[in-house]
Design a protein around this ligand. Structure first.
Ligand code: AFP
Length: 337
């Protein structure tokens, strides 16, 4: 089969009228920046990139050196291109405007530059997650409130997983597609077009150590999976938990499955663990475009009107049937109160 590079794919999509030139260029710039992040990440201990940076981020989390390096790579790559009005990042409290010496564009880029960074020092896959919004008309100096758009308004979303292979998964509202980095050529090559996630699955991902803190409907749902074929579900289930959302989601994109980061008593006051704008929303778009579902356990993630740039939400995403069963248990429990 003739290999199709990311650039060829984007040109095809532009000719088909499914993407415009500015968005296409932006995706290429982000993909190129992620190749540089892959090089930095793959150096491991030899690159002096492991360990703590000695700084903290807006989330109050200690930053890894690669968190900072990845953030800088994405900011630098996107400064001069002319497609963006501003960037927002998990690593920065406020949006970063495009420097005045460069032309501005009509897009807003949000990213988690290195998701799963607590796994870096133990050489487990990590990734970059990004979301693309339109900058409101007439806004030349975007502030945080200009980013607060529901996930349904995303023009595009993607992630790159830095694993045994470096893989980009991308959507701009016309299906979800996968590109694998050909390191010898330095190009992302189309490896799966129009991915479909099976509606049924026998595999779930959750951090079981939080079980005693979960809400009752989550206890019920996971309890039924653990009961296996002798329980109400009548089948056995397998469990995985990488603790890198990008790696867990990529497994689901590849073979189906369902991922949960539910509310629990420890994080209830924060609203959840994962961030809406640059983790939950982009992953929700990717999953929905692949035929899956993504909710908070009570509502569709992409329907949420954001209230803050670093807002956190519970995340249930993946194979549609399991997301629907778990969500139904929560809605039913709320209605019974
Ligand atoms: P880090 O980026 O701090 O490693 O957090 C990763 C993450 O945001 C997401 O990628 C994982 O799914 C989730 O946190 C893992 O959370 P636990 O460490 O509580 O299992």
């Amino acid at each position: 089969m003739k290999s199709i590079s990311l650039i060829q794919f984007l040109i095809e999509e532009r000719r088909a009228g499914r993407i415009n030139a500015e968005l296409s260029l932006l995706i290429e710039v982000v993909a190129r920046a992620c190749k540089r992040i892959a090089v930095a990440t793959n150096k491991g201990a030899l690159g002096g990139v492991l360990g703590e940076a000695g700084t903290g981020n807006i989330q109050g989390e200690a930053q890894k050196k690669l968190d900072v390096i990845s953030n800088e790579i994405l900011l630098e790559a996107n400064a001069w291109g002319g497609q963006l009005a501003a960037c927002a990042s998990e690593e920065m409290e406020d949006p970063q405007p495009i420097p005045d010496m460069y032309p501005k564009g009509n897009h807003l880029l949000l990213f988690d530059p290195l998701d799963g960074s607590s796994n870096i020092d133990v050489n487990i896959s990590v990734g970059t997650i990004f979301s693309i919004l339109r900058c409101p008309d007439g806004v030349t100096e975007p502030k945080a409130e200009h980013f607060l758009q529901p996930g349904t308004t995303q023009l595009g979303a993607g992630y790159v997983v830095y694993g045994p292979a470096t893989v980009l998964v991308l959507t701009f509202g016309h299906g979800t597609h996968e590109f694998t980095l050909d390191r010898e050529v330095g190009s992302f090559i189309l490896s799966r077009r129009d991915i479909r996630i099976p509606e049924e699955t026998g595999e779930f991902a959750i951090n079981m150590s939080n079980q005693r803190h979960w809400e009752a409907p989550m206890q019920r749902y996971i309890g039924e999976l653990l009961a296996g074929k002798d329980g109400p579900r009548g089948r056995d289930f397998n469990m995985r938990w990488v603790a890198s959302m990008v790696a867990d989601v990529h497994r689901i994109i590849t073979r189906g499955g369902v991922f949960f980061y539910p509310l629990d008593a420890k994080i209830k006051s924060k609203g959840g663990k994962l961030r809406l704008m640059y983790e939950a929303n982009p992953m929700a778009m990717i999953i929905e475009q692949a035929g899956g579902a993504a909710t908070t356990g009570r509502e569709r993630i992409m329907g949420i009107q954001p209230s803050g740039l670093h807002q956190r939400v519970p995340v249930f995403l993946g194979s549609k049937k399991e997301v629907e069963v778990a969500t139904h248990y929560h809605v039913e429990a709320d209605a019974a109160v």
